[in-house]
Design a protein around this ligand. Structure first.
Ligand code: NAG
Ligand code: NAG
Ligand code: NAG
Ligand code: NAG
Ligand code: NAG
Ligand code: NAG
Ligand code: NAG
Length: 837
């Protein structure tokens, strides 16, 4: 009722705007865009809906526009899927929506056979309004790596994905869909649907499993539909659902089909009341159910069980739909509901909760699927109390994956969050702020820079010789040159390179991890899991085991080996070996007992680091990056510098980790490398982002963000904060400009930081964040400035207030008894360190 009223009001108010011209057979749809990409004329889908072209559409824009369109007239390919728009650079679709709030986003991918591109082998990522939806997906994942996988997927595989993303804005909003090709690859899309989700669809509270207090859903969370099931009924097409959802049959998920039988009533009998409407689920869903089969025994005691495979390490929203279509009297049907072997509802009396027979009722749950379990088990079974019908039923079920704290629905933390307009506008905003501020003080900055350079030159001469920044010794390259391709023969050979720290047999890995014992799990992500292990020779290591089903792993796996086997430095995490037997992708690193830097800054109970410790850690990380940029014959750009990729050992010495995104820098006659934008949101160099031109100064920018994060002990991006504070670079630099940055620094540092040291530090961070890469210092200069800041902190100037304070207390080494799953799940994959046991 309320909804339809507000709908009317809304329709009235918006009558000045263009009416929704996109096909809508249902006046119910406010924002409803059905788009067939690359088509010149509207096409009708198999379910009868009309999809409009993505070009010349008033509500949809593409930027930069790609005119590469592939299509096929092959028999048997549905018209809507027979064309696709292909993108060679990161591009966005922008949908202007009338409503803000949650919207369904449905994507159709179909690798159309054509003469120009092999869409099967395209590798790309997809992102919408800041949520990573798909991370480095490919229909055919290269080589013989995933042969079984590609075989099981026929060539005419239609990938259909459904998400819920939040559209923000004042009165109207934008949904920005980014398609991001992996380096030198392409991205494509065949069809896009955007449909407004009426508020009440996700308004109710969710009950956590294990049972706890019901809570609200976080607003910014993105959802991906993994299962939507019509129990006991047949598949329902978009035409049978007011919001164009698809409902599948449940038969293939039943653990014991003999335990269940389907029941149904006339859909017209289903009653909707108390906020339940066909927007929640169509009457067809409530009109069918799976009920306990008659076992022809006097005391029926078993459960009906459905098992659904899901990706571990994510939270899941689970909605159960019930409707009492079997009892003839109220309160006759009472049964129990279990999720993952735990009680979800004890003694559910549907007719009481729904206030009637044949009345629709639903209830929402939330559960974390932790590492090591990859399914959700839903069971209904009879109540232990007697006097009720000896049966139980379930009418419908929806399971939706929820985006993780790094806004990803596919894989590990924030990797490859790329160019969407949201970010573009954010970074544009940032750029404008930085530029306008910089504009005023530009001359001063230049002057400062010049004097700073002179100062540097003078200082440098006096600087004591840096032992370890030069003390690296490049290892011979075992894997080959940069052009090396990993063929199965390279990996399949049993040549023992182990002594040189390379190939490790799978059996040894298995032994080292006690057959991947869960108790040794350090962390996990889209790539796979990280275990602590002990090699035969007694070396304690971190073992990263690629998930064979991960779409993203292979490229990064190769890059990581290629990079790390060329590098050895005190401040880079060393690769001890790898294993690629039996289709495994396993990397073995030195173990970093202190874990990622981020954990020492916020979000854990570790004791706060002192100023001196913080600067020392950054000095270590800067040395590692400086070596990457200058120490090897070819410049290497890390591309993913962030606080989770700086790991600490037991002495809090820093090492840079994760070279999965690294790239060789420009050669002598080039100034930059052109590449698709990769990296982590919040750390991304705006210049690189804008021009897609990569230089080592992009790492310097990210390092500047890390410096601010270390100073303020807060995440680079914190969407929970007021708008102007969300982005640390924007926020902290605005205070730095006022000369008052000390006001927002970590309270634990207040009064314990030498002011000169702080000044030097903040100036350096500010320079790192210069809009223009040329104005940013080199990593070597940053390193030197940090050491300089460190010296100030070390010198006693007799001012007790601004002095060392506790920084001199020696053994402040954090202790933590164990790592629990929840903290682990929000760590990066490279958090291959835990606290000492
Ligand atoms: C787009 O519209 C313009 C003018 O209305 C027309 O000239 C052009 O051919 C259209 N393009 C496509 C691809 O339909
Ligand atoms: C993949 O496997 C096929 C046969 O199984 C083989 O002929 C081919 O050489 C393999 N390709 C690579 C890159 O190893
Ligand atoms: C319901 O059960 C009958 C017999 O067990 C079966 O033939 C029919 O296909 C089932 N219907 C659905 C929708 O699963
Ligand atoms: C789906 O809707 C059509 C009418 O639009 C109806 O004829 C058909 O029976 C429905 N199918 C199911 C399974 O509900
Ligand atoms: C539930 O219990 C069964 C049998 O005890 C077990 O096999 C299964 O792994 C359990 N599932 C979960 C999610 O705990
Ligand atoms: C149904 O499943 C739950 C959870 O797995 C279990 O505790 C219960 O004993 C089962 N009931 C019957 C009758 O098997
Ligand atoms: C799931 O994990 C999140 C953090 O990872 C935690 O806040 C939440 O309480 C957990 N929920 C349940 C039901 O365990």
């Amino acid at each position: 009722m309320i909804l339809s009223k507000s709908l009317l009001l809304y329709t009235f108010l918006s009558s000045v705007y263009l009416h929704c011209v996109i096909c809508s057979s249902n006046t119910h749809h406010i924002d409803s865009f059905l788009i067939s990409c690359g088509e010149a004329n509207p096409v009708r889908s198999e379910d009868g809906r009309v999809f409009q072209p993505d070009f010349n559409n008033t509500h949809v824009s593409i930027s930069p526009i790609s005119d590469i369109i592939v299509s096929t007239s092959q028999m048997g390919v549905p018209k809507m899927l027979s064309s696709a728009r292909v993108f060679t650079t990161s591009s966005i679709y922008t949908f202007s929506t009338k409503k803000t709030g949650r919207h369904w986003l449905r994507l159709h991918f179909y690798p159309v056979k054509n003469a120009r591109f092999d869409l099967d082998s395209a590798v790309f990522s997809v992102e919408a309004n800041g949520i990573t939806l798909i991370h480095e997906f490919s229909f055919f994942r290269g080589g013989n790596q995933s042969q079984s996988q590609s075989q099981s997927r026929s060539q005419s595989y239609h990938l259909f994905k459904e998400y819920v993303v939040d559209v923000t804005g004042l009165s109207s909003g934008k949904l920005v869909l980014g398609l991001l090709p992996w380096d030198n690859s392409i991205a494509f899309v065949n069809g896009i649907e955007v449909v407004y989700v009426p508020d009440k669809v996700f308004s109710s509270k969710v009950v956590p499993i294990p049972l706890g207090v019901a809570r609200e859903l976080p607003v910014r969370v993105g959802f991906e539909t993994v299962y939507r099931i019509n129990m006991g009924g047949s598949r329902l097409s978009p035409k049978n659902d007011s919001l164009w959802r698809i409902w599948e049959s449940d038969v293939s998920f039943l653990l014991n089909p003999a335990a269940a039988r389907n029941v149904s009533v006339n859909p017209d009998l289903i009653r909707f009341r108390d906020g339940v409407s066909t927007d929640i689920a169509p009457n067809w869903v409530y009109a069918t159910a799976e009920e306990m089969a008659d076992a022809r025994v006097s005391d029926q005691r078993f459960n009906i069980s459905w098992r659904f495979e899901v990706e571990q390490g994510f939270g899941y929203f689970i909605r159960l739909h019930f409707c009492d279509i079997v009892a003839s009297r109220l309160h006759d049907l009472v049964f129990n509901v279990y999720i993952n072997n735990q009680s979800a509802i004890d003694s559910l009396d549907i007719s009481q909760r729904a206030r009637g027979l044949s009345a629709a009722y639903f209830v929402d749950f939330f559960t974390n699927v932790s590492m090591g379990s990859d399914n959700i088990l839903v069971q209904v079974g009879p109540n232990h109390l007697t006097g009720y019908l000896p049966t139980a039923l379930l009418n419908g079920l929806e399971i939706m994956k929820m985006s993780n704290p790094s806004d990803s629905l596919d894989g590990r933390l924030g990797v490859n969050l790329d160019s969407t307009d949201v970010k573009k506008s954010k970074s544009t905003r940032l750029m404008i702020v930085v530029l306008s501020c910089l504009g005023g003080v530009f001359v001063i900055v230049v002057l400062l820079l010049i004097s700073f350079m002179c100062f540097l030159c003078c200082r440098r001469k006096k600087k004591p010789k840096e032992d370890d920044s030069l003390g690296w010794s490049p290892l011979p390259t075992y894997v080959g040159n940069s052009g090396n391709k990993f063929s199965s023969s390279t990996f399949g050979s049993t040549t023992c390179l182990h002594s040189l720290g390379q190939m490790i047999s799978f059996s040894e890995v298995r032994e080292a991890t006690r057959n991947f014992d869960k108790s040794l799990l350090l962390g996990s992500g889209g790539f796979g899991k990280v275990y602590k292990g002990v090699l035969e020779n007694g070396l304690v290591v971190a073992i990263k085991r690629g998930n064979p089903r991960s779409q993203q792993g292979l490229v990064e796996f190769k890059t990581e080996i290629e990079m790390l086997s060329k590098l050895r430095h005190k401040h880079l995490v060393s690769l001890i070996g790898y294993c690629e037997e039996l289709n495994e992708m396993i990397l073995v690193y030195e173990f970093m007992a202190g874990g990622p830097l981020r954990r020492h800054l916020y979000g854990s109970n570790l004791p706060p680091l002192t100023w001196k410790q913080r600067v020392e850690i950054l000095v270590g990380a800067a040395k590692g990056l400086h070596y990457l940029h200058t120490g090897v014959s070819e410049t290497i750009i890390h591309r993913d510098v962030k606080t989770t990729n700086i790991l600490l050992d037991e002495n809090l010495d820093a090492k840079v980790a994760d070279f999965g995104l690294s790239k060789f820098g420009p050669s002598l006659n080039q100034t930059h490398v052109s590449t698709a934008v990769k990296g982590s949101f919040g750390y991304l160099d705006p210049e690189y982002f804008r021009r897609q031109q990569l230089t080592e100064k992009s790492d310097v920018y990210s390092f500047g963000v890390v410096m601010l994060e270390v100073l303020c002990a807060r995440p680079a991006i914190n969407p929970a904060l007021p708008r102007e504070q969300v982005n640390i670079a924007e926020w902290a630099i605005s205070w730095q400009k006022k000369g008052e940055i000390a006001k927002i620094m970590d309270p634990n540092l207040m009064g314990r930081v030498n002011l000169e040291s702080l000044k030097k530090y903040c100036e350096t961070a500010e320079k790192c964040l210069s809009e223009n890469g040329n104005q940013r210092p080199s990593m070597g200069d940053v390193l030197w400035n940090l050491e300089y800041a460190l010296q100030f902190q070390g010198v006693d100037v007799g001012d007790a207030d601004s002095m060392r304070g506790i920084s001199e207390i020696p053994d402040r080494i954090p202790e933590v008894e164990s790592v629990d799953m929840e903290t682990v799940s929000d760590l990066d994959l490279e958090s291959n360190g835990t606290m000492r046991d």
